[in-house]
Design a protein around this ligand. Sequence first.
Ligand SMILES: [Zn+2]
Length: 69
Amino acid sequence: MCIICRSRHPQKSLIRLKQNGKEVIAFNGMGRSFYLCRNCVNDKKKLKGLAKRFKQDLEQLARLLGTLA
Ligand SMILES: [Zn+2]
């Protein structure tokens, strides 16, 4: 389930991330992870909200997602 829109998607189509201390990074098999769907990742407004929620730099977050999407 995508944590932004809370809709269900096949797990394969979701982007899996985790919070590592203060940073949000690609999930690496350890710790707690969360999912984002591609619709939300491509939505600038939602991405902005996400960056705020996790106290991340928007550009940095967008770059990370760009490499994963
Ligand atoms: Zn979503």
